[in-house]
Write a protein that binds this ligand. Structure first.
Ligand code: GLN
Length: 246
């Protein structure tokens, strides 16, 4: 088994340790004897629909996000959409998540066009409004995801958007409706930085499971000793006053 991970815009969209998601997936594969290739996809780089198994897009400041949005409207965006259509897993974090929707209207009112893969739009209410900053916990498929959020933009899901989870503590999509993130098939968006995947090994394996299953039906991921990962998860929850299992 061999997986190829595309790391989208490492030079533009990579804050609050989002790079850790790439390293986490790489190590979780290597520990299981799964070969991994990580390819950096920078501005202007294209790839074939079947070339990548997992694509990761981190968060960024509005200025870098604008550059990413412009590039995604060109050939790189077509490559990402082609890969998703072919069955690749895509994870966008914060600014990267915002670019998976139709648009992000920034604090100056400038519209940054997104990939349109998820039915949602994000609007920054302006600098008078408080940013959503802090630790966050989300109810996800009967478990919990922990992370750190820092965003001005408020994401409003459209009628066909399914939330990734429900906020247990923190702001989430818009600090109003209790939803966090969005998912459609193999496309995942979330506000959780942190890094997200190292301290949420169940979610990391969910993404890897989808990727290996696409390459080989019935392929089972070997269980790993995640004691350190769960300790980090519990420590993050404890910061929010939540004890695991509650
Ligand atoms: N620029 C976006 C916002 O503030 C995203 C920030 C981020 O990726 N952390 O809403």
């Amino acid at each position: 088994m061999k997986l190829k991970i595309g790391y989208l815009y490492p030079d533009l969209m990579n804050i609050y340790a989002d790079r850790g998601n790439v390293e986490c997936l790489r190590r979780r594969c290597e520990w299981r004897g799964i070969a991994v290739d990580v390819r950096a996809i920078t501005v202007g780089v294209t790839f074939a629909p079947d070339e990548l198994d997992i694509i990761l897009l981190g968060g960024g400041q509005d200025r870098q996000q604008r550059a990413a949005s412009e590039d995604l409207q060109a050939a790189t965006g077509d490559s990402v959409r082609g890969a998703v259509e072919a069955g690749a897993v895509l994870l966008g974090i914060c600014g990267g998540y915002q670019l998976l929707g139709s648009a992000y209207i920034d604090a100056d009112g400038t519209e940054l066009i997104g990939l349109g893969l998820l039915d949602l739009e994000t609007r920054h209410p302006g600098f008078v409004a408080a940013r959503c900053i802090g630790n966050i916990a989300v109810d996800w498929e009967g478990g919990i995801l922990v992370g750190f959020e820092n965003h001005g933009g408020r994401t409003y899901p459209g009628p066909t958007a399914a939330p990734l989870g429900r906020v247990l503590a923190g702001g989430g999509n818009n600090a109003e409706d209790g939803t966090e993130g969005s998912v459609l098939d193999r496309v995942f968006g979330t506000y959780l930085h942190g890094s997200l995947l190292p301290k949420n090994p169940h979610f990391a394996d969910h993404l890897l499971g989808l990727a290996v299953e696409r390459r080989e039906a019935g392929y089972e991921l070997e269980p790993l000793d995640d004691a350190a990962e769960w300790a980090a998860h519990r420590a993050a929850l404890a910061l929010l006053g939540i004890r695991q299992g509650e």
